[in-house]
Ligand binder design. Structure first.
Ligand SMILES: Cc1cc2nc3c(=O)[nH]c(=O)nc-3n(C[C@H](O)[C@H](O)[C@H](O)COP(=O)(O)OP(=O)(O)OC[C@H]3O[C@@H](n4cnc5c(N)ncnc54)[C@H](O)[C@@H]3O)c2cc1C
Length: 428
């Protein structure tokens, strides 16, 4: 591809900003990004979060390899300030289903044989084993699993901002507050996109990195990717409480949920319940798409979150939760990404199907998109367009059943709390 070719990237979330960065770093001089959000990190980007798990456990060795490459890149100068190798405690509680136990075993098998993990894995078979890797946990924790010291987490929103600044320094043009309404075509050639304000951007290559919202701009993606949501909550700790939890491993009971060491800037503890995901099919197109309002979570998930805390840090189990929201990803049936040209449309590439496991690839993912643009095709069958596939099927590492929001009886919002309870409406 000509280094001066105009490349338009739609969406500045994890995939989009990484793509812009890799293209600009490789010498592409005419890269423009359109992002719906008026602020960066984008309000509704799945990557705009306090933290994300960085680990190389994958049932599929192909992704384990990619995750190891990404982990090496997390230690490079741009990313290193945002990567914290606190280790990863991955277990099942005593009540876990057999499927959850099998999935954990596969995770362990995926790394146990690799030389990178020599001396990094500690089996967890008793309460005492947990005490050795996380002495501050004082809940009952009859958990079984393992501790992996070669893993940790990234400060997610902050690392996106670092990549954004690097893009600006490299000459990428990023337009915030620019929601894309539709794509423009001349015959079967995609010539660019138009925003809701009527501004037209022409391009010789257009890259769609719209995350879970892809279907709203490219409806013929149909059900090969499905927008699915996971709840996220936070708890405000005092500086003293946060100091006590400093350096704890990312702690994940596969059947209950996970949390991280408190954020180093805000002392917020971020917690996600274990869920198979929620869809939102109540849309005009009939596709599952994110709604505008994301500041709620299903009440049933608060119960799970409090169980997780009762198991680990019982003193926090009944404390108020804040920053309740749902976070949207784009799932594929086999949880493979889709990085490919759209068939029968020239000059149009989709980068989607993150399937809730792509943030760890932030440092490297844009390089794979650059390769596809340069070659003019996707060589790997796994990342091709999957026309006709329906993503709403069961896969091995997802435990439980996806629920549509229309079937959830009770939602909780921060605004439901008593008025005298001072709560920030947003924590990010
Ligand atoms: C709760 C939760 C926890 C997660 N934890 C982890 C983890 O621990 N480790 C890990 O590796 N991954 C994790 N993930 C997954 C990871 O966050 C995603 O895989 C990744 O962020 C997806 O990137 P994306 O670029 O496809 O989507 P996004 O980051 O959502 O980017 C899409 C962008 O498109 C923009 N956009 C949408 N519509 C328009 C429009 N019309 N015009 C212009 N812009 C538009 C959006 O504003 C957004 O900025 C988690 C996800 C969730 C939800």
């Amino acid at each position: 591809m000509d280094k001066h070719a105009s490349i338009l990237i739609l969406g500045a979330g994890t995939f989009g900003i990484s793509t812009a960065y890799h293209l600009a770093k490789a010498g592409y001089t005419n890269v423009t990004v359109l992002e719906k959000s008026p602020t960066f990190p984008p309000e509704l980007s799945a990557g705009n979060d306090l933290n994300k798990i960085i680990r190389a456990e994958y049932e599929d060795p192909f992704y384990a390899e990619l995750a190891l490459e990404a982990m090496a890149a997390w230690k490079s100068p741009l990313f290193a300030p945002y990567y914290h190798e606190t280790g990863y405690l991955l277990c099942n509680s005593a009540a876990a289903l057999e499927k959850s136990k099998k999935s954990l075993q596969k995770s362990l098998d995926s790394i146990r044989q690799r030389p990178e993990f020599n001396d990094k894995i500690t089996p967890i078979v008793s309460r005492d084993d947990i005490r050795k890797v996380a002495p501050v946990f004082d809940g009952p924790m009859e958990w079984k699993g393992y501790f992996n010291s070669f893993a940790g987490y990234a400060s997610a929103g902050d690392s996106l901002t670092a990549v954004y600044s690097a893009c600006i320094a490299l000459g990428v043009t990023i337009h915030l507050n620019s929601p894309v309404k539709f794509l423009n075509y001349s015959g079967d050639v995609c010539t660019g996109a138009e925003t809701t304000s009527g501004k037209y951007y022409s391009a010789s290559a257009t890259v769609l990195t719209l995350g879970a919202s892809l279907g709203s701009v490219l409806p013929h993606i149909k059900r090969q990717v499905i927008a699915k949501a996971t709840p996220v909550v936070h708890m405000q700790l005092t500086p003293e409480e946060a100091a006590k939890l400093r350096g704890i491993p990312v702690t994940y009971a596969r059947d209950l949920g996970f949390f991280f060491e408190p954020d180093r800037r805000t002392n917020l503890l971020k917690i996600c319940p274990a869920v198979a995901g929620y869809t939102n099919y109540s849309t005009p197109s009939g596709l599952s798409l994110p709604p505008e309002d994301n500041e709620f979570i299903p009440a049933q998930d608060e119960v799970v979150i409090r169980r997780l805390l009762r198991e680990t840090l019982p003193a926090l189990a009944d404390r108020p939760l804040i920053g309740r929201r749902i976070c949207w990803c784009a799932d594929t049936a086999d949880s493979e990404y889709v990085i490919d040209f759209v068939p029968e449309k020239k000059g149009l590439v989709v980068v989607t199907g993150d399937s809730a496991h792509a943030f760890k690839m932030l440092p490297t993912i844009g390089g794979w998109v650059k390769d596809v643009l340069e070659k003019g095709r996707q060589d790997s069958a796994r990342w091709r367009w999957k026309e006709g596939n329906d993503a709403d099927v069961d896969i091995s590492w997802r435990v439980g059943k996806t629920t549509d929001f229309s079937d959830v009886k009770e939602m909780r919002r921060d605004s439901d709390l008593p008025r005298n309870h001072e709560q920030p409406s947003k924590v990010l």
